[in-house]
Design a protein around this ligand. Structure first.
Ligand SMILES: Nc1ncnc2c1ncn2[C@@H]1O[C@H](COP(=O)(O)OP(=O)(O)OP(=O)(O)O)[C@@H](O)[C@H]1O
Ligand SMILES: [Mg+2]
Length: 239
């Protein structure tokens, strides 16, 4: 059988911002339909890597392809769903109005609005102003925007931050379901315990890729019981 097509191909990616090297020669690939966790401490370069894949971060050297095209190619805009770390939704619009607005911007059929609200379980909030929603509910609206039009690649920057454990579990189930249906999902987090929910982990530290394998391998290789301890052990080994 032919190997599945690659959704992400990063080769010797280097990003320098204001004379500091933020990403140091990163290389990895992600196959279509994988659920990959991008983990690492604050400042390790997760958002910079995600922005590079979106084509909104200047790449100093190396290359990055998304869905077979060079990142930044205009046609990719509709094929990558992105949830930024900071909220990009309108507080003075309802949930449904926000989704309808972004559907228009993305050229996605309006029928997708109802469908997308169902996926993230937001239907009962459809008519509520976003300003009246809790933090977790707002995160789900941002996630719904990323899901509009069922893009084949999702790049989600800390979508579970600030959520309670039950909501976090629900969202990870949604990510797993999307991946099961063939969507490639790259999710960043600095909560190491979320690692267990991914099929594969990329661990970043100071712009270097410290680890690229399954969660089970992370525990096995470090001989630790918890992901937090395993990560600390990897860092100690690397320094
Ligand atoms: N405009 C900028 N100019 C220079 N350095 C920057 C700029 N923006 C970010 N950085 C630096 O790049 C590094 C990586 O930042 P990035 O936002 O990618 O980290 P992160 O892993 O997403 O962190 P967090 O978990 O806090 O979101 C940090 O050291 C940050 O200070
Ligand atoms: Mg970040």
């Amino acid at each position: 059988m032919a190997p599945p097509p690659l959704a992400i191909e990063v080769s010797q990616l280097r990003v320098v911002r204001q004379h500091s090297v933020i990403l140091k020669s990163l290389s990895f690939t992600v196959a279509a339909g994988e659920l990959v966790g991008l983990l690492g401490p604050s400042g390790s370069g997760k958002s910079t890597l995600m922005r590079s894949l979106l084509g909104v971060q200047t790449i100093t050297s190396g290359s990055a392809l998304a869905l077979g095209d060079k990142v930044g190619t205009p046609a990719l805009r509709r094929r990558i769903g992105y949830m930024a770390q900071s909220s990009a939704i309108y507080l003075d619009l309802t949930v449904r109005e926000n989704l309808a607005y972004f559907a228009g911007v993305l050229g996605v059929d309006i029928s997708q609005v109802e469908h997308t609200m169902h996926i993230v379980n937001l239907h009962s909030f459809a008519g509520r102003l976003v300003s009246s929603l809790s933090g977790g509910e707002r995160s789900r609206v941002s996630l719904a925007v990323a899901l509009l039009g069922a893009p084949p690649l999702l790049i989600l920057d800390e979508p579970t931050v600030g959520l309670d454990p039950v909501l976090r579990r629900d969202l990870w189930q949604t990510f797993a379901q999307l991946a099961g249906d063939g969507t490639t999902v790259l999710v960043s987090s600095h909560v190491m315990d979320e690692a267990a929910r991914c099929g594969r982990l990329l661990l970043l530290r100071e712009g270097n890729l410290l680890f690229d394998d399954t969660p089970a391998q992370l525990l096995a290789r470090t001989r630790m019981d918890s992901y937090d301890e395993a990560f600390v052990r990897l860092i100690e080994e690397a320094s």
